[in-house]
Write a protein of this length. Structure first.
Length: 276
C-alpha cells in the first residue's frame, strides 16, 4: 500500500526509506529515514532493525546498518551515533568523531539526544520507535542536525535548543534552516495520562493546540504539532517545515512502533550527511 505523505518513499537494492523533497532539492546532503523493509532481522525485529539496544543479534543489526547506509550512498564508518537518554544535550560532531557508535554501542556519544555538524562527510544518525525524529539543514551556511524528541525531550525543548545550538556553533540564522518532522507516533495513537498531561500544561502556553483532553483523565497528545510550534517560536519559517504526517502505529507493516508492538520491536533510523 502507499501512504500519502510530504515525504517520498524510495527503494535501493531492496531497502526502502523516506526522503525529504526540500532537503533533496538543495543537492547538499545525503539523507534518509529508514523503514523495516530490506534488512535481515527475523521476527519480531523483521527486517531492517537499526537498534543495538534491542534483543536482536548484534551482527544482524550491524549488517542492517550497513545495508541502510549503503542504500543512501553513505559509508558506515562515517556515521556518528549517540547514546540517547530522552534528555536535551546536544553534541557538536566533527570528522574525528566518525565511527562512534556506528557498529557498537560503547563508543557512542554519551547521554545525548541531538547531534550537529557543519563538516562534510560526517553522517549524523539517531534511532526511534515512536519518538519524534527531527532533521535540520541550513543550506546557506551548510550545517545539519538530527534530534530525538519523545515527550520528555519535547518538554525539555530539545528542538528549540537544537536551532539555538546551530546558531551558537555555526552562526545559522533560523529563517534559513529547513526542518523535517519524520515518521513517529501521531496524534491518532498517542494517548497519555495525568503526569504527561500536566507536564505539557505547565510547560506550553499553547497546550490546548497539542493536547485533546478526554474523559477519565486521559488525553491525545500531538508531538508533531508540539515540535512544529517550538520551531515557529525559534524563528523557523512555516514554509521551511516538512511534516511527514506518517504515524508509526498506523503502519506496522512498514514501520516499527514501540506502542503497537508492546515494546518488542526494532528501531528506525534517520541519517543525514553533508556531501560538500
Ligand atoms: Zn496513528
Amino acid at each position: 500500500m502507499s501512504i500519502i505523505s510530504n515525504f517520498v518513499l524510495k527503494e535501493n537494492n531492496g531497502v526502502q526509506f523516506y526522503t525529504i523533497p526540500a532537503f533533496s532539492e538543495t543537492g547538499l546532503v545525503k539523507h534518509g529515514f529508514s523503514t523495516r523493509i530490506g534488512g535481515i532481522s527475523g521476527e519480531p525485529f523483521n527486517t531492517l532493525n537499526m537498534g543495538f539496544l534491542t534483543d536482536d543479534d548484534w551482527e544482524t543489526v550491524k549488517e542492517n546498518r550497513r545495508l541502510f547506509a549503503q542504500s543512501l550512498g553513505i559509508p558506515l564508518e562515517n556515521i556518528v551515533a549517540a547514546n540517547q537518554v530522552h534528555g536535551d544535550k546536544i553534541f557538536k560532531a566533527g570528522t574525528s568523531d566518525r565511527g562512534r557508535g556506528a557498529i557498537e554501542q560503547n563508543t557512542a556519544v554519551k547521554e545525548t539526544d541531538a547531534l550537529i555538524t557543519n563538516e562534510p562527510g560526517v553522517a549524523l544518525i539517531a534511532f526511534y520507535a515512536d519518538c519524534v525524529p527531527i532533521m535540520f539543514l541550513d543550506p546557506v551556511l551548510k550545517a545539519i542536525a538530527i534530534a530525538h524528541a519523545g515527550w520528555k525531550g519535547t518538554v525539555l525543548n530539545i528542538t528549540r535548543k537544537t536551532v539555538e545550538k546551530m546558531g551558537e556553533a555555526y552562526g545559522c540564522q533560523p529563517q534559513n534552516i529547513l526542518v523535517a518532522i519524520c515518521p513517529s507516533i501521531g496524534p491518532c495513537h498517542y494517548e497519555v495520562d495525568t503526569p504527561v498531561i500536566s507536564q505539557f500544561q505547565n510547560n506550553f502556553n499553547k497546550w490546548e493546540k497539542i493536547l485533546k483532553l478526554k474523559p477519565g483523565g486521559k488525553a491525545q497528545l500531538n508531538l508533531w504539532e508540539a515540535n512544529r510550534l517550538q520551531l515557529l517560536d525559534s524563528g523557523i519559517l512555516d514554509r521551511h517545515i516538512t511534516v511527514s504526517e506518517i504515524c508509526t502505529y498506523c503502519h506496522p507493516e512498514i514501520l516499527y512502533s514501540y506502542r503497537y508492538e508492546n515494546g518488542k520491536t526494532g528501531r528506525l533510523a534517520g541519517i543525514i550527511m553533508l556531501t560538500n
